[in-house]
Design a protein around this ligand. Structure first.
Ligand code: ACO
Length: 275
């Protein structure tokens, strides 16, 4: 049994939480132990004032090789349906928690990314990959359909033809191709990956955090709504955001219109000015 505490590791530097799958010898595949530890870490970081952005990456050559076929499937099935359902609750549980996370989240895909790893990949708001990362729905190669949300994720992010090809063929695509397909935002040379992600984090850290949470929720939710419902949802969502922070947007207007210290078309207002 793996050590309960070190299968995921994190550091916090300059408001960025760098969270790592840390089973490099198992290509960071997700075991029940890892899934439980990740949920604890989400608890530790979500409302920690030292954290402005959450970055998920992997130690070694993998982002994550998907579910641990031994510990997640074979060993939990010994407890029958109860074991399977418990393992599913634990993995799907932290992916949902990550989708709803209170801070911006970024997947930094440094290597192998298979099957179940599409859950956390999609849960993150943004995703950046190294050019040579490898993405695959390998489920078909070992005889199952892409479950745990993976098929839905392919359909959400890819064209119909690419989703079908990706799911049926079990061939990998590079980080570069994943970026062309829209599976990730960008791919960059491996040596530049952390630098690029840090740059993005530093932009996000300057933005109003209440507005960021409202925005990320809105982008996910409106995709399932009619235009009229989305319009109404967005009005209500902004009003709800005002409940948590009703001064930020006024400050933003003041600094542009009256003080002329910045232009919203070119960057964010200074949210650190307290009056
Ligand atoms: N589940 C369980 N063990 C795994 C997994 C996994 N998903 N991925 C890697 N490992 C283990 C290997 O069994 C091996 O263990 P061992 O050292 O005890 O023999 C160790 O990790 C290293 O793996 P290698 O295969 O030797 O590493 P290599 O770098 O040559 O290959 C690769 C990497 C391509 C990622 C390969 O390990 C692989 O194909 N893994 C499975 C990928 C996959 O299909 N995942 C499931 C997706 S579907 C789902 O998530 C529901």
């Amino acid at each position: 049994m793996a050590n309960e505490t070190n299968v995921v590791e994190y550091t916090i530097e300059n408001k960025i939480a760098w969270v790592k799958f840390n089973r490099p010898e198992k290509r960071n595949c997700m075991s029940p132990t890892l899934n439980r530890r990740m949920m604890e870490i989400l608890d530790e970081l979500e409302y920690n004032d030292e954290v402005g952005v959450f970055v998920l990456t992997g130690e070694g050559t993998a982002f994550s090789a998907g579910m641990d076929l031994k510990e997640y499937f074979v060993e939990t099935e010994k407890d029958g349906l109860a074991g399977t359902r418990k393992a599913q609750r634990e993995s799907y549980g932290w992916w949902k928690r990550l989708r709803d996370f209170n801070k911006p989240t970024i997947a930094m895909v440094n290597g192998w990314c298979f099957g179940g790893a599409y859950g956390p990949l999609f849960a993150c708001d943004l995703a950046f990959a190294s050019d040579d990362a490898q993405f695959g729905l390998s489920e078909i190669n070992w005889g199952i359909l892409p479950g745990g949300g993976a098929t839905k994720i392919a359909v959400e992010l890819l064209s119909f033809r690419n989703a079908m090809y990706h799911a049926m063929m079990g061939e990998n695509v590079s980080g570069k191709k994943a970026a062309e397909w829209g599976l990730v935002n960008e791919s960059v040379e491996a040596s530049k990956l952390k630098e690029r992600v840090t740059e993005v984090c530093n932009v996000l850290i300057q933005k109003n955090p209440v507005a960021l949470k409202a925005t990320k929720d809105a982008v996910r939710k409106v995709s399932e709504m009619t235009y009229a419902n989305a319009e109404e949802y967005l009005v209500k969502a902004q009003e709800a955001a005002n409940f948590f922070d009703n001064t930020g947007r006024k400050e933003g207007i003041k600094q542009f219109i009256f003080e002329k210290t910045y232009k919203p078309g070119l960057g964010a207002y200074n949210k650190d000015i307290q009056r």
